[in-house]
Design a protein around this ligand. Sequence first.
Ligand code: ZN
Length: 415
Amino acid sequence: MIFREKGLEKRFLHHLVHAARNADIRRFRAEVLAENAPMVHLLRDAGAHVVKSDGAALVLEVPVGPRAEPGTDETQSPLFRVLRALAVTVADLVARAAPPKDFGRPATEQVVIGVDLGGTKIEAIVARRTRTTDLPVLVRHRVSTPAHEGYEAIVQATCNLLSHVAKEAQVDLKTIPIGVGMPGGVTRRTGVVKNSNTVCLNDRPFRTDLQDRLGRPVAVDNDANCFTLAEALLGAASEHRDGVVFGVILGTGVGGGISFGGRVWSGAQGIAGEWGHTAVWPERETQCYCGRRGCVELYASGPAVEKLYTRLSGVHLKLSEIVLRRTSDPHAEAVIEDFLNTFGRGLANVIDVLDPSAVVLGGGVSNVDLLYTEGISRVAGYVFNDELTTPILRNALGDSAGVYGAALIAENGSK
Ligand SMILES: [Zn+2]
């Protein structure tokens, strides 16, 4: 196992620790050269003690420990840091034994390309689509999105990036399945992009233009759907991959997607999961850009919370700073209350309708720890049930979820 992908690494470590606990393994032993002081220090930090020493090498016993408290991030624990460090050591040895270029190169038909087209960067991976829940990445590259140069430049940059990664991975760009995740959706009627915050894409037939330029079919889906599929199959909700997973994007906007039995459910009109423009406070004055009032996005997106704080206090702060001032600043307290209530009420509405097996939170705002404690309590307060058992999870794949999800939809391109 070579850990080059941050998200996969985290997921693997989770599985490793869970497997150890389930098998009632309470501790493991690690042999370390005495001169490797950082590793010895890391092991001791994780509660390890020396059980054997011959001067040149030490054998340390590392406790696996109990399951972490709900709401805490176990990947920050000393045990996880030890496992990560050990994995890097193994990866170094493997890399030395065989150069990565020749290491287990798969046949072309097993390999797919995923592209995540974002507002600021375009990222592409060439990955091996296995029958298991793994998606080993062979090549990864990212470039800035030339959003200011307009639509044609974005199409061209996407094509260039595809050529670049295909060449590096030595795969045939004409035959390899390609999936692209992008902001916004595609209208069923005319096939043009809608609701994209990279506005120059709107009303343009991005998929058709990309296919024409490449001379081959390409699968294209909404980035929130790609995020959801990746987290459902490879990430935080992989235990629920056969059920219904609701993926939430909380960032500069609010969106979502639904994975049903390991496949994206886009909906009859392609708007499934779009909870950001469902109304939670319709009685309020402010109008959303969508033309309606009270949308979740108006009160739960990062810029919305920051804007509300500025309006009350006259000071501009980042969301993370507002959260920190919550107990000392009445404006911060009011804004965060509203944010949590919007999140709670909006997500409870979704759960009432969909009753998903799990909810996974992604996007910049999903880093707010309060969501996993008080946020969940607010959801419980609004949901139409006497208890809330739906797991509301932090994403496991981080920024990579979008590009992994795009790779996962690649095989739909020929349909
Ligand atoms: Zn709206």
